[in-house]
Design a protein around this ligand. Structure first.
Ligand code: 0X9
Ligand code: ZN
Length: 429
């Protein structure tokens, strides 16, 4: 008996040590640096050029796709390691691919992103970006401050054992529901900054239109969905996109969670089967505990929401289904376009004049399969589901300067008010 207890104690201590050790590794190992890394806008005119870039993007330690090829812009944004530059330039000229440098030194932007106003001593705000623990502490304070109208919900656990948390804001029973999922892509930091701002507005704004938004709908909001990836993007690698689960015997870690859902999974080249690709779909649909947890959770609250929105950056788009094909469009595509137009017009009418394009993902951007939005639309049969791709169009890309957080949030609110108004007018809410 005593020996048994001792054995258990040893096992428990060992497990604790392992957890502590892995937590320590993340903090102790140095951060990935991006000195001299440039980002280039390539103009891609034919299939051969497309194939060359596709090949480059497989060399994941040297090249990183920031924005995939789309037929409208006929552009790719790609980050290149300094040691590769000569080879890269030679390849471009060999294949007559014209290019323009849009970011000279990614590390400079990462450094500048950390410089925040000295006067900003508030515990939480929207003039800087916060880590997961800070966002969670803020969420706790909000839940404590507004107990009558807020409630925490748990989507599930991540691969590394973190809890994926959400907040429900409800002023009365029977309200139609809107679900917001944010930061499924780790490096898209503006998405969780915008989600927390939006939560705060719903709870504190005195504007009649915002009060109406807050009180007439139930909001289910997950500010940071890809918790492992987000933590990793802060602690280790600012440019991390995927989840953190290792796959097979491969050295490349993680899956594009937004390709891992069971809707046209891995069809039509809308994702990659290569574990080193930034759009790796996973070994099977739902291979990622995060994606699996979200689908299970959404099924349990299926009757509690009618609109689904996923926050991303960058590019300035409001994207609707389908992602898997541009040969077909949803039955209610005209309505989705009308909602898109309302959103874009409202955003553009602000003094910033920021232009958003709208339409189906596959038509306006590129074919993407196994996305959360398409799963909700196709499998849960929710008729209004969108992806918002926030600022900008490549000047800063994923490293949107903190001074742009608030302007981006104002655009979100203007767009969201118009989106919900139009959705209601068309009878979906
Ligand atoms: O490729 C993606 O997953 C999204 N773009 S991003 O640059 N943020 O990675 C677009 C996905 C939108 N598509 C659908 N939800 N169908
Ligand atoms: Zn994204």
């Amino acid at each position: 008996m005593f020996a048994m207890r001792l054995l258990w104690l040893c096992v428990a201590t060992l497990a604790l040590l392992l957890v502590l050790a892995s937590a320590a590794t993340l903090k102790d190992t140095p951060k990935e640096r991006y000195d001299g890394y440039g980002v280039y806008r390539l103009s891609v005119k034919n299939k051969l050029q497309q194939a060359v870039i596709e090949q480059l993007s497989q060399l994941s330690s040297k090249y990183n796709i920031w924005k995939d090829y789309d037929e409208h812009s006929q552009e790719v944004h790609i980050m290149v390691a300094p040691a590769e530059l000569q080879h890269f330039q030679a390849l471009l000229s060999l294949h007559a691919i014209s290019s323009e440098q849009i970011i000279e030194n990614v590390q400079d932007l990462i450094d500048a992103e950390q410089v925040t106003p000295a006067a900003d001593s508030a515990p939480f705000g929207w003039t800087k970006y916060y880590e997961l623990s800070e966002i969670e502490a803020w969420l706790d304070s909000i839940l404590a401050a507004y107990p009558a109208v807020t409630e925490e919900f748990i989507v599930g656990q991540s691969y590394e054992g973190r809890t994926i948390r959400g907040i429900k804001i409800s002023h009365k029973a029977g309200n139609p529901g809107i679900f917001i999922e944010s930061n499924i892509h780790a490096r898209e930091w503006i998405t969780s900054a915008s989600a927390t701002w939006f939560i705060n507005e719903l709870l504190t704004s005195q504007e009649p239109a915002v009060r109406n938004l807050a009180e007439s709908y139930d909001w289910h909001i997950v500010p940071v969905f890809n918790v492992d990836g987000f933590e990793y993007s802060h602690a280790k690698n600012r440019m991390w996109r995927k989840t953190r689960q290792p796959h097979a015997t491969n050295e490349c870690i993680g899956v594009d969670a937004n390709r891992n859902f069971d809707s046209h999974w891995l069809e039509n080249n809308g994702a990659s089967s290569n574990p080193c690709s930034e759009t790796f779909a996973g070994d099977v649909p739902g291979s990622e505990p995060e994606a699996k947890a979200l689908t299970e959770y959404l099924k349990t609250i299926e009757n509690e929401f009618s609109v689904y929105i996923s926050f991303h950056s960058y590019g300035q788009y409001l994207l609707s289904p389908y992602g898997h094909t541009k040969e077909e469009f949803p039955d209610n595509y005209d309505d989705l376009l009308e909602i898109g137009e309302a959103f874009a017009t409202a955003v553009e009418s602000l003094p910033y004049g920021t232009a958003y394009r709208y339409g189906s993902t596959a038509d306006v951007l590129y074919v993407a399969t196994g996305t959360s939005v398409d799963w909700v639309f196709n499998e849960l049969n929710k008729k209004v589901a969108f992806t918002i791709e926030y600022r900008d169009q490549g000047r800063y890309g994923f490293i949107l300067p903190p001074v742009q957080i608030l302007p981006n949030c104002q655009e979100l609110m203007a767009g969201m008010l118009a989106l919900i108004d139009k959705t209601e007018e068309l009878g979906y809410l």
